[in-house]
Design a protein around this ligand. Sequence first.
Ligand SMILES: [Zn+2]
Length: 221
Amino acid sequence: MWQAPLDSVRRILCIGAHSDDIEIGTGGTLLKLAGQASDLEIWWVVFSAPGPRAEEASRSANEFLSGVAHKQVRIGSFRESYFPSEWPSIKDWFEEIKANFDPEVVFTHYRDDRHQDHRVLSDLAWNTFRNHLILEYEILKYDGDLGRPNVFIPLSAEHCTRKIELLLKYFQTQSTKHWFTGDTFEAMHRIRGIECASPTGRAEAFHCRKLVLATKGSERQ
Ligand SMILES: [Zn+2]
């Protein structure tokens, strides 16, 4: 299996509809990257976090990003579950982000996610970032919308455990949801770890729709 290095990536944009989406979808990967390089620039943008969820989102993001040299955590106040009707103002926020940050990788929601808020952000990520690597993360849910991801990032047991610890520590408002358990998150790590033959048996997985492969000098033709 060909393995592409992520080590050279420095500028990362994380987009999440709700307070815990980024952590669930790509939290282990971010812990891994933050542990490998001290000069990362990460923008972490949550579009909706009503009431106490804003505080949860902010505290969690800052701990996931502790050790990251340049971080920007933004918490929006768009109306949860109604993102399709807030499309113009959400699009404006994407444009403002793009005007101030040029990421090398964009982590966003899966295009075929069944949550309407997630789909809006996935569509707008593709609409806004036209020459960027976009990786779509997955969120397990009642709707049963998991797809067949094609990009995998193997994770250590330590990073997976840390991700789960932080999720359970910070998102107390979600603790009554039947799916919000450490077992759920670890199950996803194990399934995706098996699918990529991860040495640790654990991974996070993503959907990549477009990948440009370069060779030395090819851009000068
Ligand atoms: Zn969500």
